[in-house]
Design a protein around this ligand. Structure first.
Ligand SMILES: Cc1cc2nc3c(=O)[nH]c(=O)nc-3n(C[C@H](O)[C@H](O)[C@H](O)COP(=O)(O)OP(=O)(O)OC[C@H]3O[C@@H](n4cnc5c(N)ncnc54)[C@H](O)[C@@H]3O)c2cc1C
Ligand code: FES
Length: 309
């Protein structure tokens, strides 16, 4: 199964981005300096947009400082923070795969932590995020009363277009989650319409059942322990028997690659979606923190790049 690539920002309000200025657009061959158009992009012509905009990019996302409205603890090292963000921001953050960068307002830019959006309230103009204490940066977030927020970024998942409510209409989707990787699944589940049949296999490791059940009210979890080989093997049977159209795997990279292979074997036609666990810093395709190189030596900026199988 070959991989194809796209850009998560193509055709959005953030396109054309700063990469267009230097001939580094991920999609448009003309903006890459070639004489011919050989892109597979079926949306509004990016080069045309760029020219009509006077050769200027749409601009980078700006940050703002905001209040932590509510903080709820789950166990010793997981907190759900609700932040005041404004209605427009909350609406943009409600799309599957949305994430923001957070940092303590007194710290410098390299303290930015990418965090998935867990829940939004467009009415209240708030977003909620679940933060698991890991190291230096996340510990600081868990004590802050105000936070600097930058976003909204859309590439928290690979293959995210297969989780859009429009695509899932009348289809069956199976979520497999582990730990705090469940956050983007929970946001997606909260947006599903009744004509999508959803099933959720969850490993509560490191986050606990209380957190999962509180935020997963749209779908009941079926618990497994993925680190147990017999349960991982049984998962393949569950995937096969689900006959689902989309398998969304939101776990660490290790389990993403194992479960992706299991799913591919028994449901070769299913669309796959998985966590984008790249190391992120700017989220704009500029800093290079997230770059990965494929077997052909081609370099991809994983914050922008959408891979699909
Ligand atoms: C798109 C995306 C969404 C995420 N969503 C959530 C979430 O909802 N909740 C949550 O608790 N965590 C989430 N993470 C992970 C979170 O960003 C890292 O745990 C955090 O940056 C760790 O920083 P630290 O200094 O606390 O820990 P460290 O001790 O520095 O690192 C702990 C782990 O996090 C990784 N990490 C460190 N910095 C980054 C970085 N800038 N980008 C990605 N990984 C990093 C390290 O490689 C290591 O595996 C997400 C990451 C990405 C890329
Ligand atoms: S995070 Fe900076 S280029 Fe991707």
């Amino acid at each position: 199964m070959s991989l194809t690539y796209g850009c998560v920002d193509a055709g959005t309000e953030y396109c054309p981005c700063n990469l267009a200025v230097t001939g580094d657009c991920l999609i448009c061959s003309r903006l890459q300096g070639k004489d011919t158009c050989d892109c597979d992009w079926s949306g509004v012509c990016i080069q045309n947009e760029f020219m009509q905009n006077g050769g200027r990019p749409s601009g980078l996302r700006r940050g703002f400082t905001t209040e932590v409205l509510q903080r709820k603890e789950y166990g010793d090292d997981l907190q759900v923070l609700t932040l005041v963000a404004g209605r427009g921001f909350a609406q943009r953050a409600s799309k599957p795969g949305s994430y923001v960068f957070l940092r303590h307002p007194k710290e410098m830019r390299f303290y930015d932590v990418p965090v998935s959006v867990l829940r939004t309230s467009e009415e209240a103009g708030t977003i909620s995020v679940a933060i698991k204490e890991q190291g230096h940066k996340s510990k600081i977030l868990l004590t802050a009363e105000r936070l600097e927020v930058r976003g909204v970024y859309g590439g928290g998942l690979q293959g995210v277009k297969y989780l859009q409510p429009g695509y899932l209409k009348g289809k069956k989707v199976l979520f497999v989650t582990k730990g705090v990787g469940a956050a983007p699944a929970l946001l997606t589940m909260s947006r599903l319409t009744p004509d999508t049949a959803a099933r959720w296999i969850a490993d509560a490791d490191k986050v606990g059942k209380e957190f999962l059940e509180e935020y997963g009210s749209a779908c009941r979890p079926q618990y497994v322990t993925l680190s147990q080989p017999d349960q991982l093997a049984a998962l393949q049977g569950t995937i096969r028997e689900s006959g689902c159209d989309v398998v969304a795997i939101m776990t660490s990279d290790y389990f993403v690659s194992v479960i992706r292979a299991l799913a591919r074997e028994v449901l070769p036609e299913a669309k796959l979606v998985w966590s984008n666990n790249a190391r992120m810093c700017c989220g704009e395709g500029i800093c290079g923190a997230c770059t990965q190189v494929d077997a052909d030596g081609e370099l991809f900026r994983m914050c922008k790049c959408q891979r699909e199988e």
